[in-house]
Design a protein around this ligand. Structure first.
Ligand SMILES: [Zn+2]
Length: 882
């Protein structure tokens, strides 16, 4: 079926909610719920975010050491009993009940090992259970050697015909990544117990030839709280290219360390049970011929196992399973590697599935249905999830040697640098030209050192991110030439002849504008660490560099010798963090609207500390200010489109003049991901909403109001409106998106008409920046989701950034609305970010782009910071020097 994102709300209404189940109703269309998508414009992080605990650094107790056999049993600490755990109402295991059960199983069986692999945002332990036949230390070592060989010497592994017989096939079962899709956890515990205690010789055979890894609950915060997201408000199943959350970093590490040949990710709720493989478009960086054969085969196996349970619409309201690849045309794709099963293939999974179990127990059903009905549903869901797990381990047992051989082939093609393969039509029934997606791999990516690099700090972050994803990165010991230019010694090289080249490419390629090929996409369609993370990255077609592998990026922080004041150009998120750290200490910073902070000579020691901590480079004030380091080199589209305005003190132009700046305190009506990012950048943020303002809010501690979600000016009561109007005479305002634009209009701030692009449009867009206080120093690309632009600008309004007249979409999906409006054509050359002073005094910046989306586009965060510094400094909101 065809689905568009505009239809989502209708689809949700179609979901059966009747307590008198069992009635024969048509199954609802297959849709995935959004997480941190367009609904971010309505649902503010709000008050709940104030109660969040600070992020905890996860301890890594995870032991894939070579020198231990199996079992590797650990007495898991038992969390305090929580009677409010949302699982209890459903008759499912509460989070605090998991560790006792695993401890008990470890006591009862030598087949079960439980480990803590990290912590959730709110500090709960994450459990990995390994189920396998006991192994001696030598056997475990041999398994590690074979795994290394498969990844790092795949050509030799492919020649070793005996290898698959000697190697235990790893299978990864991921559960409960959406906290209010509970039953995967319960099914996993059931299957672990069965396998641990079974006397069936087939189980003994299975466990002698496989290792089964269970992430018992990937999202314990959400499980306890009864919500989709983790404690930070993030949809973890959208975070795999960014890995902003500790839970995702733990899953990533499991995939790297265990190298599963197959993985399933248990979700809910779609009736009938939905089983991947998916509709097109298919990610172009997978070895899709290997992937689709295995994924489809296991999908059919899971379908048969679920059908064998005998549920029917008439008997219990359960519809037969559906497989989007076979049963739908569009709308459930495997294009972006933001989902767990779309990320695992890059670490060698040749079958990977989202499985959506059928009967809804969350949302309004959780609140409204009788407990008996909820438990009836959760019981059926658990049985179906368990059947999916059993079918999958049966599949791994049956195809053991072939799955291992196929994984070896994935890595072999990567290491050999073979071109992207065109999958033959009909490789599985129904595989047609609409399913064929290819890419072109460059010979290497170079992340330049020296003047060719837009930001050495951003380059270091990107290198560390690639390494954390198990991508091999080298550093050139001498200068070299490629694509007709010279790269200095110290440049980083990502050689695309490597086993995980698919993962390297999916992060570093610009991506594709797939608008012409499909109408409906499930989630984001564009992303690019090369274009959005602030560093210069070049794809090159030849490579003669001598590069030595690195385990981490080289340090980038520096402070020039001498005794004078220092300048810090704020073009990267790390520079924002460093500046905010200095402001938090009360350093008397001067802010110039070209985006440079001047640090007095008296704060040189503090500058040394933050330089070291954040890897930022200070320059002597008076020389570097006004000449940003290599801006032009990394940003091809850097032509000014408007003159700066509202800069009462002028720019620095080589002298330490500007506006005094102290810490910028923010009141934010914003989505959870933006709140997370603002706090990560070091801004003190108080979450607000319409409700908090209506119940009385003291504006005296606020310098800038940020509005993107959950605040309606027209819904404020007269007292709240009056208090806000008083603030607007002297404060700053930064807004984003539809909620922000509506606030601007209702509050009578800037003269600008906000125009909406198509609501589901998203991706990487070419932009052209001005030399204004926000645009100055911006990259030539931005990220959009439900893009907007501004027309009918008043004389007080400056264009900080505009959509390019070429494109503007580089990669992603952006079609016009059916009536022809809202497309790329309409956006060409239009203002995407504007600034200006309201006649009452407020300094206002409006974003039509998405510079903090899901914490991903790290190279765009400084635009938001510059907007905040500018609006605070020119209004005098944050000038009181402590
Ligand atoms: Zn889900």
């Amino acid at each position: 079926m065809r689905l568009s994102i505009a239809l989502l709300s209708i689809a949700v209404l179609l979901t059966p909610t009747a307590a008198t189940a069992h009635a024969v109703e048509p199954p609802p269309p297959a849709v995935r719920d959004f997480g941190n998508g367009p609904e971010r414009n309505e649902e503010a992080a709000g008050v709940s975010a104030e109660t969040l605990r600070a992020p905890t650094e996860e301890p890594y107790g995870y032991s894939h050491e070579r020198d231990r056999g199996y079992p590797r049993q650990n007495q898991l600490p038992i969390p305090g009993e929580n009677p409010a755990d949302a699982s209890i109402k459903l008759g499912l295991v509460p989070y605090h009940g998991i560790a006792p059960r695993l401890n008990d199983l470890q006591r009862r069986s030598k087949r079960v090992s439980a480990e803590i692999i990290g912590r959730s945002y709110q500090g709960r332990d994450l459990y990995l259970v390994t189920v396998t036949a006991p192994e001696s230390r030598e056997e475990a070592r041999e398994q590690s050697r074979l795994r290394d060989r498969i990844q790092h010497d795949p050509a030799a592994a492919a020649r070793d015909r005996g290898l698959p017989r000697k190697y235990k096939a790893p299978l990864f079962v991921n559960n409960n990544i959406h906290g209010n899709e509970w039953e995967g956890t319960d099914a996993a515990l059931r299957v672990i117990e069965e396998l641990a205690t079974s006397t069936d010789p087939e189980v003994a055979d299975l466990l002698s030839r496989t290792r089964l890894y269970f992430n018992v609950t990937a999202n314990p915060d959400g499980r306890v709280n009864g919500v989709r997201v983790n404690g930070a408000g993030f949809d973890l199943n959208r975070d795999f290219v960014t890995a902003s959350q500790s839970e995702v970093r733990a899953m990533r590490q499991v995939m790297i360390d265990t190298q599963p040949v197959t993985m399933i990710d248990l979700h809910g709720y779609v009736n009938g049970t939905l089983i991947e493989p998916t509709t097109p478009p298919h990610g172009a960086n997978y070895e899709y011929d290997l992937f689709i054969r295995n994924t489809y085969a296991n999908g059919l196996g899971m379908e048969a196992a679920i059908k064998a349970l005998g549920h029917t619409p008439e008997a219990d309201g359960v519809y037969p399973p559906q497989i989007p690849f076979r049963d739908s045309d569009e709308g459930w794709d495997d294009w972006p590697p933001i989902f767990a099963p779309q990320y695992a293939p890059f670490h060698g999974a040749v079958a990977a599935h989202t499985v959506e179990i059928p009967l809804r127990v969350n949302g309004s059903d959780y609140i409204n249905l009788p407990v008996d009905e909820l438990r009836r549903r959760s019981g059926i869901n658990t049985a179906i999830a368990a059947a999916a797990i059993r079918a999958t381990y049966g599949f791994v047992r049956a195809r053991h040697d072939q799955l291992i051989a196929d994984q070896i082939e994935v890595f072999r093609r990567g290491a050999a640098g073979e071109p992207s393969r065109t999958v033959p039509l009909g490789i599985v029934p129904g595989f047609g030209s609409e399913d064929v997606y290819n890419t072109t791999f460059p010979r290497a990516y170079v992340i330049p050192a020296g003047g060719g690099q837009r930001s050495a700090t951003a380059a270091a972050r990107l290198v560390d991110h690639l390494i954390a994803n198990d991508v091999e990165v080298g550093q050139a010991k001498r200068s070299f030439r490629a694509n007709g230019r010279t790269y200095l010694a110290g440049s980083y090289v990502v050689d695309m002849r490597q086993p995980k080249r698919g993962l390297a490419n999916v992060m570093l390629e610009a991506g594709t504008d797939i608008s012409p090929r499909v109408d409906a996409m499930y989630d984001i369609s564009g992303w690019s660490h090369a274009l959005l993370w602030g560093a210069t990255v070049d794809g090159v077609t030849s490579l003669q560099a001598q590069a030595e592998p690195v385990k981490a990026a080289a340090p980038t922080g520096s402070v020039p010798k001498g005794h004078g004041p220092l300048a810090l150009k704020v073009i990267d998120a790390k520079e924002v963090m460093a500046l905010n750290a200095l402001l938090a200490q009360g350093v008397a910073v001067t802010w110039a609207n070209d985006g440079t902070a001047i640090i007095p000579a008296t704060a040189r020691q503090a500058a040394h500390t933050v330089s070291d901590r954040y890897g930022v480079a200070f320059t002597p004030a008076g020389t570097a200010a006004g000449t940003p380091r290599g801006i032009a080199a990394g940003a091809p589209a850097g032509t000014p489109v408007g003159a700066p305005s509202g800069t009462p003190t002028g720019t620095l132009a080589g002298t330490a003049t500007g506006t005094p700046l102290s810490q910028v305190r923010i009141a934010a009506a914003t989505s959870a991901d933006e709140l997370f990012t603002l706090r990560e950048l070091g801004f003190p943020v108080t979450p607000i909403s319409t409700a908090t303002l209506n119940s009385g809010f003291d504006w005296s501690g606020t310098d800038v109001l940020f509005v993107s979600s959950g605040l309606s000016y027209t819904a404020l009561n007269p007292t709240a409106k009056a208090a806000l109007d008083t603030f607007l005479a002297s404060g700053g305002v930064v807004t984003r998106g539809s909620t922000g634009a509506a606030f601007n209009t209702a509050a009578g701030l800037l003269t600008a008409t906000s125009v909406a692009g198509r609501g589901d449009a998203n991706g990487v867009a070419r932009v052209v920046s001005s030399t204004g206080p926000v645009g100055s120093g911006s990259p030539g690309y931005s990220f959009v989701y439900s893009p907007r632009w501004f027309t009918g600008l008043g004389p007080e309004v400056t264009v900080e950034q505009a959509y390019a007249t070429e494109g503007p979409l580089v990669s992603g999906h952006w079609r016009p609305n059916p009536n022809g409006t809202g497309g790329q054509e309409a956006a060409k050359g239009q203002a995407a970010v504007v600034s200006g002073r309201d006649e009452r005094g407020a300094a206002v910046v409006l974003f039509g782009t998405e510079p903090m989306f899901r914490n991903h586009p790290k190279g765009l965060f400084p635009q938001v910071a510059r907007a905040l510094y500018w609006s605070a400094s020119v209004t005098g909101a944050a000038v009181t020097t402590p």
